[in-house]
Design a protein. Structure first.
Length: 726
């Protein structure tokens, strides 16, 4: 059934927001209704009468004052006007986020005045009496957060509308006939808002790209990238530039570096990895200590500042890891070849080399450019097999070569010793207050068409921890080396957890019999670690892991070093992944510059770059999360006739969220779908309570569900409630 044709423009019924905007922009000049009408380009009788009415209402609300009969000034209380950010809800209302308010300011729908989610706005705040929630009205949109949106186009005879699946986008976008381009009715398109005329219900836009038909695999993946403004491909000129780079290993360049080609070196990465940006080297020293090298691809050697390739890498700031593909920060000629530390090839690297005692104490350290030769490539499963069995013959079922093969005794010995040292480093970290989040990752087995055929869970084991500990060591020591010189640097920082979120988390986990110790930040860390151990393997593990992670502050990049709370480090940076993270490239450049005796660089410049990288990382994380949701919905489409055991992972006034135990897919059971009683939401118990039976559905309860609807476009699952688990 086709959508009802709507007219794109209608007259305003309420001009309050526009009147306040005009008066606030001309704070010292009184206006009458005629002057305001002229500013609004309105001269009809109905509009003028409405302006007169709105002026009187605003005066009664004490937002404006009548300085002389019929003339008005905005109320001269400058502290009532604030700049901040809009946080939309899914109910067409919003909250105004501003540092000057302890609680967020509520913005009713009719006070949004064209502000969209995350826009920077100027707001008039009223109703600030004690005990009352402050409310506000948007006076001006200072800066749009985004102007490009993904949605489905509905083409009418003379115009079109684009509706987005984003619940926080409360309006569709009107597309004039001449701005529809090649789009066909029902296509998923990327549109740009060009204008929002004064009397229009919807913003006016134009189609800038057709992404395909809704529900098609490539369409939805490209839609996820476009929604967050992330590129799908490299510009042709960037690819051409990258192809022309000389990636050969030159003797003249080797002569400038520490030559470590004769030192035993190997990589440990995921089985399906295409780029290997870190390697470990191992050597026993005569004094009983060990020389351990953390060797990182020397991306900055190839990526010269000021080139179009560097500009592109900076704009991307990170690789994006979707379920079925990687959108790399660097073109393939670098990411998968020149900068990838592939086995049996010489490579330029930037290294942190440590002399380590048998008790994992760092005795000496060295940083600089090197050349290495990787003797072996391991998958995590192969390294784990060696750690668990101490056997040097890798069996067929875990071999990345497809056949059984023998590992040299030297590599086996190195792997076992590195594992032993890593465990000591990890234990020390935990004793110092680091928090261990080994959250289960959902992974999919995909066929050649990228369709999900199965679900499995990625769990960190000793081999993962081995690599993690030595990467952490390099990152920490590099940051410490520069930080103690008091020179500008790019740190990876992590603030203390949000106490309000921890209290909210305590309310939830108390229902499972757990608690957090709030006495000091050290106790919180120990308490969270104990909690993670206690819930391991239990039905509520994923829920509590998720709540714990959400209670944490977000790690970010900054030149202002406040330390890293989660890792319990005073100094921390990102040095070990320059193929996929631009901050690591900046760290390499700065480290080399300071090793060469350079003076401290401009802090403001690098803080701006750090903020950009943090923002791009956040967008990439959101895209990655959306791709997982999409794949979960796609997977569940093929299992609509099956019953699943699930755990209640969320309770709201409109229903319960249920996470399926076997595959971690989450969906909703609407409250009206639960037929064995009439249920209402009890906020205190955080549960649904039956009116007749007083039966309770609460967090952690196990129930059986069946798929009701799997919406690929919205990336949402709806479940039928079948019965409680016995």
């Amino acid at each position: 059934m086709s959508k009802k044709i709507r007219k794109p423009i209608k007259k305003e019924k309420d001009f309050s927001g526009k009147i306040l905007k005009i008066l606030s922009q001309n704070a010292n000049k009184p206006f009458n209704y005629k002057q305001i009408g002229a500013k609004l380009e309105l001269d009809d009788t109905n509009s003028r009468n409405q302006i007169i009415k709105d002026l009187k209402i605003l005066a009664a609300q004490k937002k404006i004052v009548e300085t002389e009969p019929g003339k008005y000034l905005v109320k001269a209380i400058s502290q009532d006007y604030y700049e901040g950010t809009i946080d939309m809800t899914s109910r067409k209302t919003a909250y105004f986020i501003c540092d000057e308010f302890e609680e967020d300011v509520f913005i009713p729908t009719n006070n949004l005045n064209r502000a969209l989610d995350k826009d920077k706005v100027k707001v008039y705040v009223y109703n600030r009496r004690k005990g009352k929630r402050p409310e506000g009205e948007v006076i001006e949109v200072v800066e749009r957060d985004k102007t490009e949106f993904v949605g489905v186009i509905d083409i009418q005879a003379n115009f079109a509308f684009v509706s987005t699946a984003n619940p926080k986008m409360y309006t569709d976008i009107f597309i004039p006939k001449d701005k529809i381009g090649e789009a066909e009715n029902g296509d998923v398109v990327l549109v740009k808002i060009d204008d929002w005329p004064k009397r229009a219900d919807s913003p006016f836009g134009s189609v800038i790209r057709v992404l395909g038909k809704p529900g098609e695999h490539n369409t939805e993946i490209h839609a996820i990238l476009a929604e967050y403004g992330l590129p799908a491909d490299f510009p042709v000129e960037v690819e051409v530039f990258a192809q022309k780079i000389d990636t050969s290993i030159q003797e003249s360049e080797i002569a400038k570096r520490r030559d470590m080609r004769d030192t035993l070196t190997f990589t440990i990465d995921p089985k399906d990895a295409k780029d290997f940006d870190d390697a470990l080297s191992f050597k026993k020293l005569e004094n009983g200590n060990f020389e351990i090298g953390i060797h990182i691809a020397d991306v900055s050697y190839y990526l010269e500042e000021g080139t179009i390739l560097d500009d592109e890498a900076y704009q991307r700031a990170t690789s994006v890891y979707l379920v079925d593909r990687v959108v790399p920060m660097l073109p393939e000629v670098l990411s998968n070849f020149a900068c990838s530390l592939r086995p049996n090839e010489e490579k330029y690297t930037f290294s942190a080399v440590f002399e380590v005692s048998p008790t994992s104490q760092v005795v000496n350290q060295w940083f600089g450019r090197t050349v290495i030769y990787s003797d072996q490539r391991f998958a995590y499963e192969e390294a784990q097999y060696i750690i668990e069995t101490k056997d040097n013959t890798i069996p067929v079922d875990i071999s990345i070569t497809g056949e059984s093969y023998v590992v040299s005794d030297e590599i086996v010995e190195a792997t076992l010793k590195l594992d032993e040292l890593a465990k000591i480093l990890r234990k020390k970290r935990m004793q110092n207050g680091a928090i261990s989040f080994d959250k289960v990752e959902v992974k999919f087995n995909l066929n050649e068409e990228g369709e999900p055929e199965g679900v499995y869970f990625k769990i960190s084991k000793d081999a993962n921890h081995l690599i993690e500990e030595f990467m952490l060591l390099a990152n920490r020591k590099v940051a410490e080396y520069i930080g103690k010189q008091k020179k500008t640097f790019v740190y990876r920082i992590h603030d203390e957890p949000n106490e309000d979120k921890l209290i909210a988390m305590q309310t939830v986990i108390a229902k499972f019999g757990y608690k957090i110790d709030f006495r000091n930040k050290g106790d919180i860390a120990k308490s969270l670690n104990s909690l993670m151990e206690e819930v391991n393997g239990k039905k509520e593990q994923n829920l509590i892991d998720t709540l714990a992670i959400r209670s944490m502050s977000k790690a970010k990049y900054s030149t202002d070093n406040i330390g890293h709370y989660g890792l319990a480090f005073d100094y921390y940076s990102h040095f070990t992944s320059p193929i996929r993270r631009y901050p690591d490239v900046m760290v390499h450049r700065l480290l080399q510059y300071y090793l060469d005796g350079g003076a401290s660089v401009d802090e403001e410049t690098y803080e701006t770059k750090s903020l950009h990288c943090s923002n791009m990382e956040s967008l990439a994380t959101n895209a990655e999360r959306d791709s997982i949701k999409y794949m979960q919905v796609k997977y569940m489409q093929d299992h609509q006739d099956e019953e699943f055991l699930g755990v209640i992972s969320g309770v709201t006034e409109w229903g319960i969220y249920v996470e399926i135990v076997s595959n971690k897919c989450e969906g909703m059971v609407r409250i009206r779908e639960i037929k064995d009683d009439y249920y209402t939401f009890d906020e205190k118990q955080y549960a649904l309570v039956g009116a007749t039976s007083n039966s309770i559905l609460q967090l952690g309860d196990e129930i059986y569900v069946k798929v009701k609807n799997a919406d690929l476009v919205k990336k949402q699952l709806d479940f039928h409630f079948l019965r409680r688990a016995e």
